[in-house]
Design a binder for this molecule. Structure first.
Ligand SMILES: [Zn+2]
Length: 119
């Protein structure tokens, strides 16, 4: 029997617990060209307004930003763009809880469920 192992793990921390502990992975696709932009751990219910850097699980290039010490301010980040057609999907911002994030441009993306957390 073949099993496909995945390195993607749901992160449990104070941020996800603050949102009720229910997290799931979603995929963000570019609305214009349907290319995959990122995979994201969404904590709690509701519409997606921003993507926190510490919740981006794919691609590596974006997931690594949270550990990049040179990225301290929204001005240190590039706009989040579709790699394929270069459409702008997100604008660098800082949330009120001090986490860096991309504010998602309404209507620029398609949201798909990836997997749900089991516990
Ligand atoms: Zn695109």
């Amino acid at each position: 029997m073949k099993t496909r192992s995945t390195k993607i793990r749901i992160v449990k921390d104070r941020y996800s617990r603050a949102r009720g502990g229910r997290s799931k992975l979603i995929r963000i696709l570019c609305k214009r060209c349907k290319a995959e932009v990122l995979t994201y751990q969404k904590d709690g219910p509701g519409w997606l307004k921003r993507c926190y850097l510490n919740r981006i699980v794919w691609p590596q290039k974006l997931a690594r930003l949270q550990r990049n010490r040179r990225v301290r301010e929204p001005g240190d980040m590039d706009a989040l763009r579709c790699e394929s057609c270069k459409a702008v999907i997100g604008i660098p911002t800082r949330h009120k809880d001090a986490r860096l994030a991309y504010a998602i441009v309404p209507g620029s993306f398609i949201r798909r469920d990836a997997t749900s957390s089991k516990d």
